[in-house]
Each structure stands twice: as C-alpha cells, then as structure tokens.
Ligand binder design. Sequence first.
Ligand SMILES: [Zn+2]
Length: 275
Amino acid sequence: MSSIPTVEFAVIGGSGTLSSNFPLGAGDEDVEVLEDNLIFETPYGTSPAFRLFRVGDKKVLNCKMHGWRAEVSRADASRQVFWVFREAGVKRIISEGGVGSINPLLDPRDFVIPDDYLDMSERKGVGLEGKYLLIMRDALCHEMRKKLIEKTKEHFDGRVFTRGIYAVTEGRHFESPAEIAMLKGHADIVGQSICPEVYLAREIGACYAGLYFIVNYGEGLVKSWSHQELQDIFYDDAPMISRIILDTIRSLEPMGTCECKDLRKETLLKGIYNK
Ligand SMILES: [Zn+2]
C-alpha cells in the first residue's frame, strides 16, 4: 500500500480522458507523471488506482472513470476516492464526462459546464462520517466554472454552454424515452456521475466543477444516436479535453475566494449520521 501524498488539486476522469492516457495525451512539456498506480487502504475498502502528476509546480491526483470498478459498488468507489482526497488535502476537484442530451437544443459535441444538478440516483445518502450539514447552493464552484468556460472556449471552436442542469440517474444502463420525456423541462443533460460527488466534495470542504460534452441525444429526442459516433467522440476529443483541464488547473489557485468551503456547517443532528 502507498502512503497518501499532499496534493491540492484532483481530477476525476470520466469517458473524455479515458482513451488519452491522461494527462500525457495532451503532450504538454510542463506535465510529468510523478507516481502511478497508487492504491490506498480506506475505511470503505481498497481504493482505485490513482496517478500523481504535476502540471507546472501544481501536484494533481487523478483517478479513472470516477473510481468505478466492476467488483465495488459505485457508492463505495466514490467514498474511497473522496476519503483519499481529504487525507491528501485536496481543495479543488475537476471532473469530466460524456453525457446524453435532454434539452432538444443540444447536439453531440456541444460542451456544457453545468451550474446545478437534479439527483435522480439512489446514491443520495452517500457520505463519509456525516459530521456536516451540507448546503447545496452553488454546488458547482463559480470560480472553477468560470475558468473551465474560459479554457474550453480557448481550445474549442464549437458551442460551449455556460450553464445547465445535470440530471443524475442511477445507471448502469441509459434512460428510456419515457424517462427522458419526464426529465425534459427540468434538466438539460443526463449522466451518472455528478452525484454523490458534489455532496462528498462539500463534505471534505473542496470546490467541485465539471466539464461535460454531449455524446448522444436522449432517447426519443431528435434522432436515434449511433454507437460509432459516441466512440468517435471519446477518441477524437480526448486530447483536447485533457488540455482544457490542464489549462484550468494552471489558472487556478489552490484556495479560492469562492464561498464553497463556507457551505458546510456543523450538523445539529449529532450521533444520528455517524456511519
Ligand atoms: Zn469554490
């Protein structure tokens, strides 16, 4: 087992960076992998493998595909990842992933930097020790979103949506046409990974923001999507997504002037949530 390094930045990789050997796919000279395949023992089981890298003088911990593994529940995978982040001292977390559309104005390859979420998953109760009352106003950090938007526009000529609501479903399957119809008008994009991450980020006192790109139309919208197009987006756009994330980290200070860390308070329900 490895000992946990001190790190202020983290990237939770999703489908966008999976095929690019993140962060090396970007090919940037100030990026170097410091340690690989770091696995830690946590109170929630053995962690997924992390990569420790640097971009300039900033150290970053990275895990692949939200830490999900076939033999571990997604709830435990998320707890393991955020327990490690807290022990490492992580203050700013960037995530990314491919999502489906709900808003009929969206097309494949559009980028969305959401400003809110709607949790339809069964993982709402996932936390660490539950010592805090978590206020979910501005769950997605303003300051980090602003940088993500700026850097996405620098690297991408297509459409970048600067706000939107991410509906989280349980998975592992995609949604039915009736489920998409139900969500229409309530959310813009749909995926499986922004919750419970936003709760856990708040619990450890870290800022969280994500970069999402449309890989398919929601079922029953516009037209049936092709698996080939989804695969092409994952492979073609991965280096660009890596560059956006690395540039965002370069532009951020470890401690923001945002309100995020003040949106957790001591719980008034002591002794109830202690698992
Ligand atoms: Zn923040």
